[in-house]
Design a protein around this ligand. Structure first.
Ligand code: AMP
Length: 180
């Protein structure tokens, strides 16, 4: 995609995403993507933009991070001809799991995936709606490493650049469509 086309797409997507101040707590501006999911033209354009970016990367599995990541990862996986893997909050997955614990502002959180969801050597794309501090995505990438697979990229619809989430991801490839 040309620079002009990607900046036009970013502007279009920005105009549809809704800012909800003070949700879920005071001081947070929540980026609500539900209007975007409800807009067929915009939703298909964003899926195509990610699929085009990763088409040559040999991705075999797309990991969606609970819960909004699922909604983006599923159509991207289908567009790339790859499988879909849900990464869930602790206690939701029924089979044998690997887990990663990461720190939040207060306390910790744990994400899990099935231990057989990606095989050693697979190329994995990690997908979520928002890259904020990067703690969530970094934890998911660690799980992929633990399973001996390779993170081909980290695809984020929105990147909150002022929170410097990219720095938590070291040398991993990170692609976001919209930056604030
Ligand atoms: P982080 O681990 O700080 O990068 O946070 C990323 C996770 O929190 C993602 O799963 C996002 O969906 C969610 N998140 C963080 N900040 C926001 C925000 N301003 N609006 C919507 N979701 C957010």
């Amino acid at each position: 995609m040309t620079q002009a086309a990607s900046s036009a797409l970013a502007d279009k997507l920005k105009s549809i995403i809704r800012d909800v101040p003070d949700f879920p707590k005071p001081g947070i501006i929540f980026k609500d993507i539900t209007p975007l999911l409800a807009d067929h033209a915009a939703f298909s354009e964003l899926v195509k933009a990610f699929a085009d970016h990763y088409r040559a990367a040999g991705v075999t599995k797309v990991l969606g991070i609970e819960a909004r990541g699922f909604l983006l990862a599923a159509p991207i996986a289908l567009a790339l001809g790859a499988g879909l893997v849900p990464v869930r909050k602790k206690g939701k997955l029924p089979y044998k799991r690997v887990s990663a614990t990461y720190s939040l502002e207060y306390g910790t959180d744990t994400l899990e995936m099935h231990e057989d969801a990606v095989k050693a050597g697979e190329k994995v794309l990690v997908v979520d709606d928002v890259l904020a501090t990067g703690g969530t995505a970094a934890a998911v990438c660690e799980m992929v490493d633990k399973l001996g697979a390779k993170v081909a990229g980290v695809a984020m619809l929105i990147e909150l650049e002022f929170l410097k989430g990219r720095s938590r991801l070291g040398s991993r490839e990170v692609h976001s469509l919209i930056k604030y």
